[in-house]
Design a protein around this ligand. Structure first.
Ligand code: FES
Ligand SMILES: [Fe+2]
Length: 365
């Protein structure tokens, strides 16, 4: 029997309850009902090019390891030893087996337990019952996604709409190279961070440099929602190209406009106008009021370091501003003095869509 606070109707514009951003029971339910059964971006297919190559990562709170078994097969496993729970693989590398560093239980690239020292002294010990637990792995272009549910429906069923939009953005996925992974942690619930991403109502006030480059006006900035995804589209203000315009960067290149896509529950895909670029963010809870994540910054193979640095500086400034907004909201929510906020459903409809999905996952009606 759970004892979470039941929200007033979200359809009337109410936000999720403030308690949902710090309640350990909410986090327990989110792990069980959302993160154990959703697709999340984990890395580039180049991380597992040759047989035996692997990398460790996580899907939400679930530690995983992705392994190339042979030319055809990339597999994923829960990266937790079946003996007593040590993490089996760290970092990345290339091996013929995966050996747990605690008592040397050794697993094949297919996950089967090959060797458990001294297990021959154990009557009835059957190694076939102690393979690494399988998870689902799928790809969108060169991007690997993982889902802790071994029977997950294909990734394509979740990301509907996004491959076509990214395909028409001017970004050629095959030309992208990872330039940098930035990892972060912040004192704010993961939903708070995603919600900040899902609206640009705050852009004119909180991102002055962005708002000078991207047209964030209510009638031009577009918001589109689908079942498991949503998208935001911003065109570049023509004034940016005027001589002497005092702006953070002048987008010139293959990509005409900005696209910001959300993939339920915690992956986002960003394309800025200008040279070929794409970044993927992952955000997940590390504790009830804390979140962790990473951003992978990809650029076209022929984008110069200077061009990449200019775009990166622009994106980092926005990220820095967002982080302080999100932390401030957490402080306000934690006060408990405003139990449920009030959304503007026209400007914050993608956020409302996200909150509805969260509510429906956690409340048994
Ligand atoms: S916990 Fe892995 S071998 Fe003991
Ligand atoms: Fe923002």
């Amino acid at each position: 029997m759970t004892t979470i606070e039941i929200p007033k109707p979200l359809a009337e514009g109410w936000t999720l309850p403030a308690t949902w951003y710090s309640d350990p029971e909410i986090l327990r339910l989110e792990r069980e009902r959302i993160f154990k059964r959703s697709w999340q971006y984990v890395g580039h297919i180049d991380l597992v090019t040759s047989p035996g190559s692997f990398f460790a990562s996580q899907v939400g709170h679930v530690p995983i390891v992705v392994v190339r078994e042979d030319e055809e097969t990339v597999r994923g496993f829960v990266n937790v030893c079946r003996h007593r729970g040590h993490i089996v693989a760290r970092g990345s590398g290339c091996r013929t087996t995966l050996q747990c560093p605690y008592h040397a239980w050794t697993y094949g690239l297919d996950g089967s337990l090959r060797r458990a020292p001294r297990s021959e002294r154990e009557p009835g010990f059957d190694p076939s019952g102690f393979s690494l637990l399988p998870i689902s792995i799928d790809t969108w272009g060169p991007f690997l996604f993982a889902n802790a549910d071994p029977d997950a429906a294909p990734l394509a069923d979740t990301i509907t709409g996004i491959p076509a939009l990214v395909g028409s953005s001017g970004v050629d996925l095959s030309s992208l190279r990872l330039r940098e992974r930035v990892e972060w942690e912040m004192p704010a619930n993961w939903k708070n961070a995603i919600e900040n991403y899902l609206e640009c109502y705050h852009c004119p006030t909180a991102h002055p440099a962005l708002a000078k480059v991207v047209d964030v006006d209510v009638d031009s900035y577009r918001l589109v929602e689908r079942e498991f995804t949503s998208s935001q589209f911003g065109s570049i203000r023509p004034s940016v190209y005027a001589e002497g315009a005092n702006v953070a960067y002048v987008p010139r290149g293959e990509v005409e406009g900005a696209q910001y896509h959300f993939i339920w529950p915690n992956t986002t895909v960003n394309i800025e106008a200008g040279r070929t670029n794409l970044s993927l963010d992952v955000t997940f809870p590390s504790a009830p009021g804390r979140s962790k994540g990473w951003t992978d910054y990809y650029y076209g193979v022929d984008v110069s370091d200077e061009e990449a640095a200019e775009l990166m500086a622009f994106a980092s400034q926005v990220a820095f501003e967002d982080q302080s907004l999100v932390e401030s909201v957490q402080e306000g929510l934690d006060s408990g003095m405003v139990p449920q906020g009030r959304l503007l459903l026209s400007s914050e409809k993608l956020l409302a869509h996200f909150q509805r999905r969260i509510r429906d996952a956690l409340v048994d009606d």
